[in-house]
Design a binder for this molecule. Sequence first.
Ligand code: 5AD
Ligand code: SF4
Ligand code: FES
Length: 347
Amino acid sequence: MSDMLIEKLRKNRDLTDDELRSLIDSCEHDEALRKAADEVRRERYGDAVYLRGLIEFTSYCKNNCLYCGLRASNAKAQRYRLSREEILACCAEGYELGFRTFVLQGGEDPYYTDDIICDIISAIRREYLDCAITLSIGEKPRGSYRRYFEAGANRYLLRHETADPAHYAKLHPDNMSADNRRRCLFDLKEIGYQVGSGFMVGSPYQTTDNLIADLRFLQELQPDMIGIGPYITHRDTPFRDEKSGSVELTLRMLSILRLMFPYALLPSTTALGTIHPSGRELGLKSGANVVMPNLSPTAVREKYSIYDNKICTGEESARCRDCLELRIKAAGYHRTRRCEKITVHSK
Ligand code: 5AD
Ligand code: SF4
Ligand code: FES
């Protein structure tokens, strides 16, 4: 019975809501799901794992998402900003270590005006014509997204977090909306970015119907990348007493995503590695095919504290790269330098 559902999902890349609910709500299909997801991943991508170098360049954020340690109201958060030169130094180190994608991620920090962001992007683009530049800096007006694209950015990560407006409202303050999030994602796509979206698994108040709505939203958006990870409680947020999400449900959702979106890039996230010592390896075995090691300077890593007990905060970039490479091999895959498609937009 369970195998029939999985076969149907694999063949049609879709199921009814009721069928999805029965997969999401039970652990009995997990082994078969994982096996099918790994087969589909190997058909499309072989054993390749893509590496993206993550540069967390600012821990300031003007927003107040209730789940996140970097929220503006968290007076205990340690704040830092990297200069253009520091960011370029991270890229140089990353390039030497074999990375061909740089992900510039940060809170929504008004200090970095569009002019500053464009200046940083152009400087990276001038030096690394063979690299993809990915931005992950939140909700912006369409005109800003266009400027970054024209400066040389090619990808943008913005998780939708939850597709259900009522659930979104429980996780965010009143000045943020699921609607604007959606607008941003469709703007990014129209401008020509390769887009990454995604959601947290096990966030407070999340129901199975919310997860189904997330899958339906992704079917509509058709993103190039889908990033999911367990929600992890941060002690200095209003959700300090909430439970973290589970490794099992996150892996189950990863496998379902692989079957629904065979071509998608699916990262095995740091959050997954944080809630379980082999979380990232299990993620790879459940359908994920991307890992994003940290390239930020060691001195600032601990300060980028979106959730408690984040891993890799004491490591040097080279050590993280080597550690991950060993983990990828041990899980039965190999890392590749190949950047599956870069389109450099030039004015
Ligand atoms: N636990 C897990 N993930 C979190 N994020 C933010 N706060 C948390 C948390 N407490 C995720 C969000 C955001 C991404 C950068 O980090 O999904 O989009
Ligand atoms: Fe800011 Fe992003 Fe954290 Fe929200 S999730 S508070 S936008 S860093
Ligand atoms: Fe960072 Fe293992 S990946 S130390």
